[in-house]
Write a protein that binds this ligand. Sequence first.
Ligand code: AMP
Ligand code: FE
Ligand code: FE
Ligand code: ZN
Length: 284
Amino acid sequence: MPDGPIDLHTHSSVSDGTETPTQLIRAAVAAGLSAVAITDHDSTAGWQEAFTAAAGTGLTVIPGMELSTNYGPASVHVLAYLFDPNNGEVVAETARIRDGRLHRAERIVERIAADYDLTWDDVLAESSDGTTLGRPHIADALVRKGFVPNRSAAFESILHWRSGYYEKYYAPSPLDGVRVIVAAGGVPVLAHPATHGRYRTMDDAVIGTLADAGLFGLEVGHRDNSEDGKRWLIKVAKKFGLELTGSSDYHGEGKPNRLAENSTSPEVLEKLIARATGSTPFAG
Ligand code: AMP
Ligand code: FE
Ligand code: FE
Ligand code: ZN
């Protein structure tokens, strides 16, 4: 693998990134990355296009996904790498989550439509066919209609979970999520586990349980983790023998996060690849 940072958390338009998988791979090459993981929410639909786009570029693509899970009232994200995308449980569970997200988005839009001139078609116009729908697409419709200046403003107001329009969606528990990924030969890493809300919900004991089920690592390098939280994650990783990763959570223009603003060491990526049995990295 050539030199260059390793970024293990990015999104394309298959979920809530603003760039197609091809554009995402071009951006990763332009940023000088040696390896990038495509980790769309609850979908592997971008893998093939990403591989094709990476061919001949020297960039290694790690096929991945950011699996939605629910831990009590909290939404917990599990990054999953190198699993078998055709595994029956993975296919069934992600289809169920995407379907839940779709109907949940419809209900959120219904509620917003009581107060704002917004239709379901406005939201569909902001996403491509088969996209994992989320609040970011509703945000884009609100921006286009001129109700808010950008996605972040939408999340701080109309799309906030306390706004009165919010609704949750079906997702498995973090433990079941980890089990499904491990059973599919994949390698699970807890995404941004120390953001404001989550720092209090995930404690040592819970992470210990996930470690017993095969959790590989904790995403310590992420702009949403608090500094206090990062120190806590480093301690927890030592305690349970977990690896530490860092990544950008790039969403194209959908978020300020820039590629490689956080990165993962080549040694950790090597261990991650060695652990996986579900699929292999694509060496472009
Ligand atoms: P949802 O999964 O539909 O509840 O929406 C949450 C997703 O929206 C997260 O996965 C983020 O990628 C994205 N998101 C959260 N906050 C923001 C923000 N302030 N600006 C843009 N995207 C955001
Ligand atoms: Fe996202
Ligand atoms: Fe996330
Ligand atoms: Zn993400």
